[in-house]
Design a binder for this molecule. Structure first.
Ligand code: NDP
Length: 241
């Protein structure tokens, strides 16, 4: 098997890969020839992908999902921590549960899957971890104290991981999308969407594939020397943040 073929057949796992940005990411790796698994909680597994049920708030369900993926595709070499939720409300109305539940999924959930994945990566002496954050993590957003905190925290994870595991052939990067056409943004009030549009230099929202292509590239051999980076895919919305 040539090196190029070996590279093409990596075991990739995308959390929350059954829809939205996660599905676009899974499809991008699939188009690259990789063996792609996704986690999902409900609904159907998209055609052609290996689906395992997992809830990122539950370490034992994550462990079972990884065990199933390892049996089917081998140790996970590329992990995309994509699963995420919002529970928006202004700070004065935000309950502690609104805060901790979002952090538990978006930040602690990423920690749980990373911890499980890196065991195998350390053994392989190679790996790619991509954390799907948001422009909101560093830019801030009214009504999203919980979400912004969870997404900013991912930067700390990627940078600390890079210092811990950078010498073992493992990279960890953050991809920070701006406004992407998905169910998550469709649910935003119309005036919020209009306000953001006027602040986006590209003057449009992006398609999930535009995020997926960046995730695929930062997981490629070409990006081997990029780690601890925050890569915006936001049409210029968050520049300098
Ligand atoms: P969607 O709401 O369309 O999809 C979210 C995914 O996360 C679903 O697959 C969902 O699974 C999964 N998920 C949620 N909670 C859990 C959990 N506890 N355990 C396992 N899986 C879970 O979101 P998007 O595609 O829009 O967003 C994907 C990521 O991109 C998120 O992290 C989001 O914060 C981020 N992002 C999105 C932006 C946008 O404009 N849409 C902008 C910036 C960042 P299920 O189907 O079972 O609910």
């Amino acid at each position: 098997m040539s090196d190029a073929t070996a590279h093409q057949q990596r075991s990739v796992l995308v959390t929350g890969g059954n829809r939205g940005i996660g599905l676009a990411i899974a499809r991008a790796f699939e188009a690259n020839g990789d063996k792609v698994a996704i986690t999902y909680r409900s609904g159907e597994v998209p055609e052609g992908l290996f689906g395992v049920t997992a809830d990122v708030t539950d370490a034992s369900s994550i462990d079972a999902a990884f065990t199933a993926v390892e049996a089917e595709h081998g140790p996970v070499e590329v992990l995309v921590a994509n699963a995420g939720v919002t529970r928006d409300t202004l700070l004065m109305r935000m309950s502690e549960d609104d805060f901790t539940s979002v952090v538990d999924t978006n930040l602690t959930g990423a920690f749980r899957v990373i911890k499980r994945a890196t065991k195998g990566m350390i053994r392989l002496r190679k790996g790619r971890v991509v954390l799907i954050s948001s422009v909101v993590g560093l830019y801030g957003s009214p009504g999203q104290v919980n979400y912004a905190a969870s997404k900013a925290g991912l930067v700390g994870i990627a940078r600390s991981m890079t210092r811990e595991l950078g010498g073992r052939g493992i990279t960890a990067n953050v991809v920070a999308p701006g406004f992407i056409n998905t169910e998550m943004t469709a649910a935003l009030p119309e005036d919020t969407q209009k306000n953001y549009l006027s602040a986006i230099p590209a003057n449009r929202f992006a398609e999930p594939e535009e995020v997926a292509n960046v995730v695929r590239w930062v997981s490629s051999d070409e990006a081997a020397y990029i780690s601890g980076a925050v890569i915006p895919v936001d049409g210029g919305l968050g520049m300098g943040h």
